[in-house]
Design a protein around this ligand. Structure first.
Ligand SMILES: C[S@@+](CC[C@H](N)C(=O)[O-])C[C@H]1O[C@@H](n2cnc3c(N)ncnc32)[C@H](O)[C@@H]1O
Length: 204
């Protein structure tokens, strides 16, 4: 069976490498490896998310959901050195790489999903989600983490239109998380998801 980047323990032999994450406001060199998502270069969708997703309206802990080797968590934690950033994944090699990449920063916690405290709420959730794990798994992932948005929290998700971004956005809105398209760049949609508990402004 073909191994996926979201296997908990990749059997692909390790091939340590590094990639450069160069954005207008930061320039990071990150350790990568075989057996993690886009280990050879920063994924284009990830780059577009980091170029276009803003900070959420309220200050508070941030979550990189499905961190891989950590480009999103590292960019967030570098931009906001005082904010706690959680980096979560199921792939042990990805978690080890993110830990290594975050070693010089004091504000990143790298964890498996079940290690995140139940009462922790996030002001912002950022993700290039594991679309290839299938629709049911993707929906379950959202149903697990979006309820953990704090009031006025936002999630920023990047999904390519060929991988179903528009029907995914419709599903999110229909499931009680109002979702809008922030930008579309080279087919990648950056979606902004609002907290379901937010009361829309009164029209009166
Ligand atoms: C598309 S990759 C993005 C990786 C990284 N954020 C990046 O931008 O390069 C999605 C990641 O989600 C992880 N993943 C898959 N299922 C997950 C789950 N149930 N909980 C958390 N992470 C998961 C995969 O292991 C993979 O690293």
């Amino acid at each position: 069976m073909q191994e996926h980047y979201f296997s908990p323990a990749p059997s692909t032999p390790s091939r340590p490498d590094s990639v450069r994450l160069h954005l207008p406001d930061l320039d990071l060199t990150l350790a990568t490896d075989a057996g993690v998502f886009s280990g050879g270069r920063v994924d284009r969708g990830t780059r577009i998310l980091l170029e276009h997703a803003p900070m959420p309206p309220r200050r508070g802990p941030l979550l990189d959901l499905g961190c891989g080797y950590g480009p999103i968590a590292l960019a967030l934690a570098t931009r906001r050195r005082r904010l706690p950033v959680w980096a979560v994944d199921v792939n042990d090699r990805a978690l080890a790489l993110t830990r290594e990449n975050a070693a010089d920063l004091g504000n990143v916690t790298v964890a498996r999903p079940e290690e995140v405290p139940d009462d922790l709420e996030f002001a912002g959730i950022y993700s290039n989600p594991p679309i290839r794990s299938g629709k049911a798994a993707l929906h379950a992932l959202m149903q697990r983490w979006l309820p953990r948005l704090a009031p006025e929290g936002r999630a920023y998700l990047v999904v390519h239109k060929h991988l179903g971004s528009d029907s995914f956005a419709d599903w999110l809105s229909a499931s009680g998380w109002p979702t809008t398209r922030l930008v579309s760049v080279q087919g990648y949609r950056v979606l902004e998801v609002s907290c379901s508990s937010e009361v829309p402004p009164s029209s009166g």
